[in-house]
Design a protein around this ligand. Structure first.
Ligand code: MG
Length: 258
């Protein structure tokens, strides 16, 4: 399985560093723990800082895309996809720390499958969606639920720095059996979410048609496909992991804002 990663060659580079940052590289993580770079050179994973595996111009998210999740929060099952953005400033690498904002008293995890866009596209028909999908990764759509509800719209509740862990890597769609994916989220090892992606109300192809009827997507853009039931609170000191068999495990600790 091909594991595409991004990393920095020196410590201290933030998760939000763009590809134009002089220390940022892309490569393929091999089974032996070495990263193979496009120029044929290698780097050791344990000597670099892992970054989010994509650097999206936008992160388009689908809300309430699993009926049982909509219901668990007392919401209606939507008749068409509910879209919102998370800002690129919310990106966080696998292993990075989710900062629990002082402004919130109810921060929740949302384990999700992420779609990595492979080509600039607009007005893609569902039947052609495969031609613009590069591959898949894992996203944790961390949410300040109290602020989301209070604001009415979701920009702040979904948009805090560190609220978009993604990775650890992405894998080309050709190497994956998407229909076999299950999203399993654990907090401190305890299973909280466990559902098949086949439970999605709007499948990925339909989401892509809906999104690109509105906006142009760019290579590297990320679509978070919604979370299954079982969402719940995080607290400082927790470790949250989202596992999708075939894609790996995205794990992050939670710490209070200081
Ligand atoms: Mg979500």
């Amino acid at each position: 399985m091909t594991r595409f990663i991004r990393f920095a060659t020196e410590p201290g580079v933030p998760s939000t560093a763009p590809d134009t940052h002089p220390s940022v590289r892309r490569g393929i993580l091999q089974e032996d723990g070495l990263i193979r770079l496009p120029d044929g050179s290698t780097a050791a994973l344990n000597r670099v800082k892992l970054l989010p595996c994509v650097y999206p111009s936008k992160i388009v998210c689908v809300g309430r895309n699993y009926a049982d999740h909509a219901k668990e929060l007392g919401n209606a099952v939507p008749a068409e996809p509910i879209l919102f953005f998370k800002p690129p400033s919310s990106l966080l690498a696998h292993g990075g720390v989710i900062v629990y904002p002082a402004l919130s008293e109810l921060v929740s995890f949302e384990g999700e499958v992420g779609v990595v866009i492979g080509a600039r596209c607009r007005r893609v028909k569902a039947a052609d969606a495969g031609s613009v999908i590069a591959g898949y990764t894992i996203v944790n759509d961390v949410t300040a639920r109290d602020i989301q509800k209070r604001d009415g719209q979701w920009t702040r509740g979904k948009g805090f720095d560190t609220f978009c862990p993604v990775g650890p890597w992405w894998t080309p769609k050709e190497e994956l059996d998407f229909a076999s994916f299950r999203v399993r989220t654990r907090v401190n090892g305890e299973l909280k979410q466990d559902a098949p992606v086949t439970d999605m109300l709007f499948p990925v192809a339909a989401i892509l048609e809906y999104v690109t009827a509105c906006m142009t997507l760019e290579p590297g853009d990320l679509i978070a496909t919604g979370t299954p039931p079982g969402v719940g609170p995080l607290k400082a000191g927790d470790t949250v992991s989202v596992e999708v068999a075939g894609l790996g495990t995205l794990e992050n600790a939670v710490a209070a804002e200081i």
